[in-house]
Design a protein. Structure first.
Ligand code: FPP
Length: 234
């Protein structure tokens, strides 16, 4: 990866866990367990190659519609991961943030999120963001409500994109440079609608549990071939 421009912020829609399991005659929950493992590997790889922010879509506000057993398994995997992350953060001085409607999570998960927030204030390294109970439209509506409250109380008087961005869950996080969607679908599924205005999109048929550092290298190589103009002329 010499002479490669490493994206500062990579966002990934974790898709294809269910199909990965089905292909092997396993329950969907086995796909999520493997997907959580893949996330660990890819996060470590991102940190090692110099990516500064990795944001993953782990559970959307619409995913509560899934069968209760499946939701329970995903929540358990996230609980395990947050426990483990607390140790890793302290060891490697990394930051982690949960983006989404945290109040809709279980009290146990909320306590873990509060703990990771607190540890994150101490460090300044690689940052992993987990979108949890997250919806892009809901995030924008939530930001508008909070802005309206601050406007009414006189805390703010101006409005521009930068000021409004500070009301998003992603305040202080730069916009994603590269958005990757494995799993074969080519849509954004209510993910980071505000933040992906100028992100480069990369789609692959590989199912998320099969995603490897090599696949990430391919996405980054493709990103390097893109000509990012941010609306400017050629
Ligand atoms: C989408 O695949 C995946 C999810 C809705 C859950 C993702 C959650 C995890 C990988 C668990 C823990 C995460 C972390 C970050 C530790 P799908 O079930 O929609 O797959 P399909 O399209 O093949 O059915």
């Amino acid at each position: 990866m010499t002479d490669t421009n490493i994206p500062c912020h990579i966002a990934i829609i974790l898709d294809g866990n269910g199909r990965w399991a089905k292909k092997r005659g396993l329950p969907r929950t086995a796909g999520h367990a493997r997907g959580a493992e893949t996330f660990r590997k890819i996060a470590t790889y991102c940190k090692n190659i110099g990516v500064e922010y990795l944001t993953v879509y782990a559970f959307s506000s619409e995913n509560w519609k899934r069968p209760p057993e499946e939701v329970k398994t995903i929540m358990k995997l996230l609980d395990n991961y947050l426990h483990e992350a607390i140790d890793t953060m302290e060891r490697d001085h990394i930051k982690m943030k949960v983006l989404g409607d945290v109040e809709g999570l279980s009290p146990e998960l909320q306590a873990l999120v509060a703990k990771t927030d607190e540890i994150s204030t101490r460090y300044d390294g690689f940052q992993a963001n987990i979108c949890l109970n997250y919806g892009g439209r809901a995030e924008i509506v939530n930001a508008a409500k909070r802005y309206a409250e601050d406007l009414a109380s006189g805390k703010v008087t101006e409005l521009d994109e930068k000021i409004f961005g500070n009301y998003m869950y992603s305040a202080e996080i730069p916009d994603p440079d590269l958005l990757i969607r494995p799993g074969g679908e080519q849509r954004i599924s209510n993910f980071l609608l505000w933040q992906c205005a100028y992100s480069e999109f990369y789609f692959t048929d590989i199912l998320w549990p099969d995603f490897t550092p090599d696949e990430l290298d391919k996405a980054i190589a493709e990103f390097n071939r893109r000509d990012r103009r941010f609306g400017g002329a050629k």
